[in-house]
Design a protein around this ligand. Structure first.
Ligand SMILES: [Zn+2]
Length: 115
């Protein structure tokens, strides 16, 4: 499942970036996910809770998701538009546009540690 591997790789990255002592203080994880990243919010929450309850049972952690809108940049007029309802059209000159500049992201935005 895509979401489980996403959660596992998030924890791998955190384990690399934080010391063991710091890692144990993590309470909240904020992910930034693009709308085109093909992630189901409910599946991601379920995957997060499954991994935390099996691998970090003594450390309750919360997942927060910030969804990033899909942005396209028009090759003709250079205008950046937000894609709504999967319409990849420049909002300035109405030309079809497929040059995505934001929307595929899967990033760790912020991590909160207990003091
Ligand atoms: Zn345009």
């Amino acid at each position: 499942m895509h979401e489980i591997s996403l959660i596992r790789s998030t924890f791998r990255t955190l384990a690399e970036e934080f010391s063991e002592v710091e890692f144990k203080k993590i309470t909240d994880i904020h992910l930034k996910i693009g709308q085109l990243a093909n992630v189901e919010p409910i599946l991601l929450q379920n995957a997060f809770e499954a991994v935390v309850s099996t691998e970090f049972a003594n450390q309750p952690m919360k997942l927060h998701i910030e969804w990033l809108p899909t942005l396209i940049k028009c090759p003709v007029c250079q205008h950046t538009s937000e894609v709504t309802q999967y319409r990849f059209v420049c909002q300035h000159c109405q030309r079809p546009c497929s040059q995505v500049v934001q929307g595929n992201e899967l990033l760790i935005g912020k991590v909160e540690l207990s003091s």
